[in-house]
Design a protein around this ligand. Structure first.
Ligand code: CO8
Length: 258
C-alpha cells in the first residue's frame, strides 16, 4: 500500500480502512486530502481483493469542512474557472461501497464527504452541520442536495440557513445515518459491517449499490425499471446460480464474481 501525506490507509482482510489524518486542522479538506483520497479510492476500487472501504477521521472530527484558510483568498475566476471541488465527483464515481464512520464534527465539506459515501455509521458524539452560511457562502460539494434528500426540506433548510449542528440521535431519527454506535467501538463496528459486505458476491454488491443510488437520482418509474433490468442481468452470473444452490443445499455460498 502506498503512503499518503494526509491519509492513513490499511487493509483489514478484504476491507480498506482509510483514515483522514490532518489532526492539526480537524481534518479540514485541503487540496492534498482530495488528491490523496482520489488516489486511495482509485487503488481500492481497482483491487479485486478488496470488497468494501471504510472512511473515517478522528474521535474529535471526521472533517471540520473544506479548508477555510486555503479557500479564503480564492477569486470567482479561481473557483469557477478551476471548477473548484469538482474533483470530489471521483469519490462518488467509486463503484465499490464506502462506509463513512463519523465521530465528532462532520461540518460543511466534512458532512458533504460523509454523504458522498454509501451510508453513514455515526458515533454517539457525531455532529453534522452545513455552517457555510456563517462564512458568507453555501455548501459547494452537494450538501444542499444530498442533505435535503436525506432528511427532508424542513431540517435541511433550517440547517443550511442557521448553520446549526445536528447530533447523532437527531441524525439517526432523521435518516441521515444508518446507526449510532459508542465512539470507542465505531471503527471496529464499521470494519465488521464492511467485512459482511465484502463477503457478498461482488457483482451483486455493485448492482445493489447502483440501484439504491438510482433512487436518489431518478424518478420512481425509471428507478424501478433500472432495478428490474439489473436484477434480470444477475441471472446471467455464476454467483446467482451458486447463491441459490447454496441456499437450497444449506451451505455457505462460494462467490467467484463471475
Ligand atoms: N478549515 C481550516 N482550518 C480549520 C477548519 C477548517 N474548516 N476547521 C478547523 N480548523 C483548524 C482551526 O483553525 C484550528 O487551527 P489553529 O490551531 O491553527 O488555530 C484547528 O483546526 C482546531 O480548531 P479549533 O481550535 O477551532 O477547535 P474547536 O474545538 O475550538 O472548534 C469547530 C471546532 C467548531 C469545528 C471549529 O473548528 C469550526 O467551527 N470550524 C469551521 C467549521 C466550518 O465552518 N466548516 C465549513 C467550512 S466551508 C465548507 O466546508 C464548504 C464550503 C463550500 C464552498 C463552495 C465553493 C465552491
Amino acid at each position: 500500500i502506498p503512503t499518503y501525506e494526509t491519509l492513513l490507509v490499511e487493509t483489514r482482510g478484504p476491507v480498506t480502512l482509510i483514515t483522514l489524518n490532518r489532526p492539526q486542522a480537524l481534518n479540514a479538506l485541503n487540496s492534498q486530502i482530495l488528491a490523496d483520497l482520489i488516489a486511495a479510492l482509485g487503488a481500492y476500487d481497482a483491487d479485486p481483493g478488496q470488497g468494501c472501504a471504510v472512511l473515517t477521521g478522528s474521535e474529535k472530527a471526521f472533517a471540520a469542512g473544506a479548508d477555510i484558510k486555503e479557500m479564503m483568498t480564492l477569486s470567482f475566476a479561481d473557483v469557477f474557472g478551476g471548477d473548484f471541488f469538482s474533483g470530489y465527483d471521483r469519490v462518488t464515481a467509486t463503484r465499490k461501497p464506502i462506509i463513512a464512520a463519523v465521530a465528532g464534527y462532520a461540518l460543511g465539506g466534512g458532512c458533504e464527504l460523509a454523504m458522498m459515501c454509501d451510508f453513514i455509521l455515526a458515533a454517539d458524539n457525531a455532529k453534522f452541520g452545513q455552517p457555510e452560511i456563517k462564512l458568507g457562502v453555501t455548501p459547494g460539494m452537494g450538501g444542499s442536495q444530498r442533505l435535503t434528500r436525506a432528511v427532508g426540506k424542513a431540517k435541511a433548510m433550517e440547517m443550511c440557513l442557521t448553520g446549526r449542528m445536528m447530533d447523532a440521535v437527531e441524525a439517526e431519527r432523521s435518516g441521515l445515518v444508518s446507526r449510532i454506535v459508542p465512539v470507542s467501538e465505531l471503527v471496529d463496528e464499521a470494519v465488521k459491517t464492511a467485512t459482511t459486505i465484502a463477503g457478498m458476491g461482488p457483482l451483486a454488491v455493485l448492482a445493489n449499490k447502483e440501484m439504491v443510488n438510482a433512487a436518489f437520482e431518478t424518478g420512481l418509474k425509471q428507478g424501478i425499471s433500472f432495478e428490474r433490468r439489473l436484477f434480470h442481468g444477475l441471472f446471467g452470473t455464476a454467483d446467482q446460480t451458486e447463491g441459490m444452490a447454496a441456499f437450497s443445499e444449506k451451505r455457505p455460498a462460494k462467490w467467484t464474481g463471475a
